[in-house]
Design a protein around this ligand. Sequence first.
Ligand SMILES: NC(=O)c1ccc[n+]([C@@H]2O[C@H](COP(=O)([O-])OP(=O)(O)OC[C@H]3O[C@@H](n4cnc5c(N)ncnc54)[C@H](OP(=O)(O)O)[C@@H]3O)[C@@H](O)[C@H]2O)c1
Length: 303
Amino acid sequence: MAVGEPRRFLITGATGFVGSRLTRRLVADGHDCHVVVRPDSALDELSPVRDRLTVHVHDGTTGGMSQLMEAAAPEVVFHLAAYFVAEHRSDDIDRLIEANLRFGAQLVDALCARERPLLVNTGTSWQHFHMAAYRPVSLYAATKQAFEDLLAYYADATRLQVITLKLFDTYGPGDPRKKLLFALANAAQSGEQMALSGGEQHIDMVHVDDAVEAFVLAGQRLLAGEVTEPESYAVSSGTAPTLRELVALFERASGGRLNVAWGARAYRAREVMHPWRGGTPVPGWAPKVGLEQGLRDMVTANG
Ligand SMILES: NC(=O)c1ccc[n+]([C@@H]2O[C@H](COP(=O)([O-])OP(=O)(O)OC[C@H]3O[C@@H](n4cnc5c(N)ncnc54)[C@H](OP(=O)(O)O)[C@@H]3O)[C@@H](O)[C@H]2O)c1
């Protein structure tokens, strides 16, 4: 999808971290990008490209999704919208089902009415607890698997061609999510003590630019007609330092020391101590940004 070959794309989850970086990249490459947002979505992460995008506000209905799909008329849909929660509470259930199943089902049903339905879907390495072929770490991961099961039906019963990319942890400059590196950066600035677990869990961190490249390659693969059966790929850095090593790398990148109380927090009940290693990369993809370099760039960009 090089410049000079403009394509028409629809992106869900475009206001999120990975989705916004993918959208910015596709716009920068000269493509006609359409995004699906909710009535109250904040478009801040899309502000650099806001005037070069078509924004479709989904009203939550199946009919609304069909109209939107017709108007957007995408050659490929990139589906990144999701609700993530590491350990759910009962009041997360509606949000998990709404975002990860209902919204996705509306999307793919509308997409499959098109002549050539092509979809890049987003899964998670958490579908593979303890390296299993399928064992969800969390209810969130179970909804991701359930959505893949819906896709298996559509791929069998319609012309849908689909690639699922299973992501690991992603990071990069300007990450608005309140995840680990956000907390490390805050603690580095404030000097406050940070309570962490024992820190022996291994974490596979993929730079967001690398993750975005995997989506671009998956889209190209679909457009090239190389996909006949549903395909699934892992977007892994291939390395996984322990949390303790990651904190040490962060300290090196930021040039400061963090005040960490190791073991002050319990591990999660289903902590992933070793990331899944059963997947293969999208053909042609390899991570380019090493963790040390990526952390340095992130610290510099975040000031
Ligand atoms: N990043 C990771 O470390 C990681 C790891 C494994 C898998 N993944 C998967 O990768 C994808 C992108 O992750 P991310 O971390 O970039 O996500 P994120 O920053 O949390 O953004 C989530 C996106 O989903 C949208 N969304 C949430 N609920 C929705 C609903 N009910 N209907 C429509 N849109 C909804 C949000 O829109 P609003 O602006 O309206 O809230 C937002 O655009 C997700 O599918 C995630 O499950 C990510």
